[in-house]
Write a new protein. Structure first.
Length: 168
């Protein structure tokens, strides 16, 4: 019997507060990924600051690509890939929803429903109190962030769809 090496389903989950500037990078990424051609079994969700309301999504998917901002004193726009297995594996300052996400991961472990998680964190300088626009430092790394998500999809799904050319 041939074993499937790729997960049955992947969720690209953008986390953050869209109304707080760079803190909303995950939501901005999710919104931009919705227009991309994605492999079968891949879905995109703007998770906002959902916390425990996101539990059902983590239970539903085999693999989650989680994208969020972090206040970690790295240069703004630094992208890091983390493979969290436990709540303690998350960066110490996961912006405004730190407690909710760590608690969510702990709940998944207790329930025995922890999916494969790839966490892409983007270093930001501060949390802006108002504004839906990303700063220029963060806006310029979005294409690289999308490429990193696509590389993870390629790893887990084997190939990415190619857009069809239309004849005129």
């Amino acid at each position: 019997m041939k074993q499937n090496l790729f997960p049955k389903s992947t969720l690209i989950l953008g986390i953050g507060n869209y109304l707080m500037g760079d803190e909303g990078i995950g939501v901005h990424l999710a919104n931009r990924m919705e227009s991309q051609m994605l492999p079968e079994g891949v879905e995109v969700l703007d998770g906002g600051t959902g916390g425990f309301h996101l539990l059902e999504y983590f239970e539903k998917y085999d693999h989650v690509i989680l994208v969020d901002a972090t206040l970690d004193n790295n240069t703004p726009g630094t992208i890091r890939l983390i493979k969290p297995k436990f709540a303690k594996d998350f960066p110490p300052a996961m912006s405004t929803h730190d407690i909710g996400m760590k608690d969510l991961i702990s709940a998944l472990q207790i329930l025995g429903k922890m999916p494969e998680i790839d966490l892409l964190v983007v270093s930001i300088e501060s949390i802006q109190q108002q504004g839906i626009e990303l700063t220029p430092e963060i806006e310029c790394i979005v294409p690289n962030l999308i490429d990193q998500v696509k590389q993870l999809l390629l790893k887990y799904h084997g190939e990415l769809p190619v857009p069809e050319l239309t004849a005129f």
